[in-house]
Design a protein around this ligand. Sequence first.
Ligand code: SF4
Ligand code: MG
Length: 317
Amino acid sequence: MVTAVDGASFSVPRGKTVCVVGESGCGKSVTGRSILRIVDAPGRVVGGSILWDRDGTGDPVDLATLDPGGPDIRKIRGDEIAMVFQEPMTSLSPVHTIGSQIAESVRLHTDLDDDAVRGRVIEVLGQVGMPRPESRYDAYTFQLSGGMRQRAMIAMALVCHPRLLIADEPTTALDVTTQAQILRLMVQLQAEMDMSVLFITHDMGVVAQIADEVVVMYLGTVVETGPTEQIFTDPRHPYTRALLQAIPRFGQRRAGRALSIIPGSVPDPYRRPGGCPFHPRCAQARPGTCDVVEPATVTVAERRDVRCVLAAEEVHS
Ligand code: SF4
Ligand code: MG
């Protein structure tokens, strides 16, 4: 059995944007999907808990204990927690109009009549910046550009006013200009709707633009968490530092990630290295320690956890 995500521990505060960042294959998407219990077969949530404070009373329900196909999770999915993906066609059907698909989601979670449903759909299409929303109601996905499809998918996710939006690389496939527009839109909607956002990305540049807090993952483990400013000005984990050094500087060409300076690539999860999983690529790894002992997570400050022996020594010295 492969454990893609092991000991991932973090929380998303109300009304905040938390970015989960790491290279591809580090378990970010699995973490997002396991919250809504939609991990692709043969994966499944085997342990741990996913606590969802439904009504803000501090009496959370553990989503990990719910039947993934059962009525409880279906009630939460879409209504309380919604998700958007990199590829809009994951959520949008090619054979139904945009409006009818979003309307379906409204009908599922409210008992508005047909006119009110239509009005609500047009309203949300306008909110996400769809030009001429009335006429887009009857458009099919093939009639829309990539950026418009992404807006339609965000509209579908937001139409029921979820309290948590999970966004998995929603701008990665878009050109730079459209990406910037969609990011601005998400920041604006998040503030307007007082929504919490869990934003999954491999791009530290995106993190800098939208995150309140950052969760850095490596090989299915959370290696560092902290407020965005602290992560950028005082990164404590060698992997976080390497990710920051790999951000293309202004004026450098973004030539296919060739600027990345982290040596090696994320290992196959079937061959997870012993000790600290980052040790084969870590410039500060200590032979005899880092390749043998898996570091514990230490809390270095409020809402700041680091999983590295160096951080542990600083705290204890
Ligand atoms: Fe590097 Fe060792 Fe820290 Fe792992 S525990 S990140 S190998 S210094
Ligand atoms: Mg992914």
